[in-house]
Design a protein around this ligand. Structure first.
Ligand SMILES: [Zn+2]
Length: 308
């Protein structure tokens, strides 16, 4: 039996995983198609990606369910498969670890629209979709739920409450920040800054405060965000930045920050207080392998000397 995620984080930092979306594209998923349906139709390809992350040293793997809510799946005609897609995703991620203990984090991404009065969706539709997805992920054995790439506190709160209702043992709230045009700071598309997000999450019962993705949020900016989180909360912190800025090359979106470039930021992120470090869009198993070495070296140096 492995200890609960939050218990482990009290003693050491853990390694997350890398991108799923860009890896699915490399595995043949076409732009605009439903990557989550692959949990049922091409489970071996999803497993292949996640196994490479596990082999690279990930302690935590996010399920392939970013767009696994009913609202998102409905856009691809897969609304009838919500429960099956989310259940399969947890099983595949668990399988990726093989006999090694690892943490499966059930992934809930944005529902992909706006709520009334700005958009077409009612709060109760969004709530029902997140409750359904969180329930399927927890029932299938996810060790935690992450509500990720969030830009509004309203949607984040619905996600946190859905995870609570599902009985999730650990709830992670993860915001996507964009660096402002003048480069002086960063906030979410909806204008939320890190201090406000962290306080809000703590107030509403999240267990881990995180950031992922975003625009211009490299490892250095991620460290800034972690430091700003640390100013207002003592909860464990998590960071998953993108592998640099997306560039359009031959009509393909490329992320070009190498493992060697990105790994320089791992030590400073740990020193700033991050307890789970992974990466988002454009990152690969090679990035995660480099992170593993850096994280281990860093923890060895800083480990208590009592052990011989
Ligand atoms: Zn991303």
């Amino acid at each position: 039996m492995k200890p609960p995620l939050l218990e482990v984080l009290a003693t050491r930092a853990l390694l997350g995983d890398g991108a799923m979306g860009t890896q699915l594209m490399l595995a043949g998923l076409e732009q605009g198609n439903c990557g989550e349906a692959w949990n049922l139709t091409h489970p071996e390809r999803v497993l292949g990606i996640q196994r490479r992350y596990a082999e690279a040293g990930s302690d935590c793997i996010l399920t392939n369910t970013f767009g696994g809510s009913r609202i998102m799946l409905n856009r691809h005609g897969h609304a009838a498969d919500v429960a099956a897609i989310n259940k399969a995703a947890v099983e595949i991620a668990r399988d990726a670890f093989g006999s090694r203990p690892g943490y499966v984090i059930g992934d809930i991404g944005p529902f992909g629209g706006l709520m009334e009065p700005y958009g077409d969706f009612t709060e109760s539709e969004v709530r029902a979709a997140f409750v359904e997805q969180a329930g399927a992920l927890v029932d299938a054995g996810a060790d935690a739920i992450i509500i990720e790439t969030q830009t509004s506190l309203e949607e984040l709160l619905i996600g946190i409450q859905a995870a609570q209702e599902a009985g999730a043992a650990c709830i992670i709230g993860s915001m996507a920040y964009d660096v402002t045009l003048d480069g002086s700071t960063f906030r979410t598309m909806m204008g939320i800054d890190p201090e406000r997000a962290a306080s809000f999450m703590e107030e509403h019962g999240a267990h881990i405060v995180a950031l992922n993705c975003g625009t211009g949020m490299d490892m250095t900016r991620a460290r800034d965000a972690v430091l700003r989180y640390r100013d207002v909360t003592s909860l464990p912190l998590m960071a998953q930045p993108n592998a640099g800025q997306p560039k359009l090359v031959n009509m393909k979106v490329l992320y070009d920050e190498t493992p060697e470039q990105m790994v320089i930021g791992v030590g400073p992120l740990l020193d700033a207080g991050a307890r789970i470090i992974g990466a988002c869009c454009g990152s690969t198993p090679e990035h995660i392998r480099a992170f593993r070495q850096s994280l281990d070296a860093h923890q060895d140096v800083n480990a208590p000397r009592a052990r011989r």
